[in-house]
Design a protein around this ligand. Structure first.
Ligand code: FE2
Length: 284
């Protein structure tokens, strides 16, 4: 691995982050989660991870193979972590970047999936993949539909399986596979994130240690007119969502996607009304 992923501080102008993503397909954003927020989130999920087994079942054998049996996962994070639901999900960094990348292509974007992935000793490198391939039926080329990231919740080093990225692969023709020297390793301090486009080839790295865990969280957003990878309404049901900030409710998909002003229609209505408004009015 010889390539270097560009590094940009989280408080840099959004245009700089967007330009980096557009040119390289991925950037490391330093200091996305402030130390205090990071520490509180880690403390909140410590006991959950302790009770989580890396051996679990998945919806089909291919997903089983993809994740392997050395990874402890927390899904439905908004329902299981108050700090995530109130502070990380609606973090202003993601709002500004998603506004710029996804905003032009939808009336509203939403959380696709947030998933803590604590990759344990012996975890093999994931298959190199593009996250947006979950929407394989979407014709190409297409506008950006996904903004993805992996937040380092501990210091990410190559030996514990820091994410690897093929820089520039968002522009490659389909089928081109990266050569080893085209892969860059997202080594970064805890609280930083590797942010990438849905079309950028990447993988969780191999954890070559015998006793260290690579705790990270995948968090990605998608245009509001595509189905999300995690069923966020069921993973964070209404009883939980009611207690979250309205912005988090919207990002979990409780808001309608209303494209009527640009000649489209609406999606996700309840009784022909916007669910997030019904929640606010105490009617849902
Ligand atoms: Fe991925």
């Amino acid at each position: 691995m010889t390539a270097d992923i560009p590094r940009i501080p989280a408080n840099a102008p959004t245009e700089q982050i967007v330009a980096g993503l557009s040119e390289h397909g991925a950037v490391i954003v330093e200091g996305v989660l402030a130390p205090d927020l990071l520490a509180r989130f880690n403390a909140e999920i410590d006991p959950i991870l302790e009770q989580t087994s890396p051996e679990r079942s998945y919806l089909n054998p291919l997903i089983d193979y993809f994740y392997g049996n050395r990874v402890r996962q927390i899904t439905g994070v908004a329902a299981r972590s108050r700090i995530f639901g109130e502070e990380i999900l609606c973090h202003p960094f993601y709002t500004t970047v998603c506004d710029a990348i996804l905003g032009p292509n939808c009336s509203r974007y939403q959380l696709n999936v947030a998933q803590v992935m604590d990759r344990g000793p012996g975890a093999e490198q994931q298959i190199l993949h593009r996250d947006e391939d979950v929407w394989v039926h979407l014709p190409r080329p297409h506008a950006e539909v996904q903004l993805a990231s992996v937040i380092a919740l501990v210091d990410f080093r190559a030996e514990i399986g820091a994410t690897v990225v093929a820089l520039g692969s968002h522009r490659w023709e389909r089928g081109r596979q990266p050569k080893p020297e085209e892969l860059a390793c997202a080594e970064m301090p805890a609280g930083s994130a590797v942010v990438y486009l849905g079309s950028t080839i990447h993988a969780g790295g191999r954890n070559a240690t015998s006793d260290r865990w690579r705790r990270g969280m995948h968090m990605s957003f998608v245009v509001g007119w595509l189905r999300t990878e995690e069923n966020n309404y069921l993973a964070t049901p209404l009883d939980v969502a009611r207690r979250l900030p309205r912005r988090s409710q919207e990002l979990l998909g409780y808001a309608a996607h209303d494209a009527i002003a640009v000649g489209g229609g609406y999606l996700g209505a309840v009784d022909l009304l916007d669910p997030v408004e019904l929640i606010a009015a105490g009617r849902l």
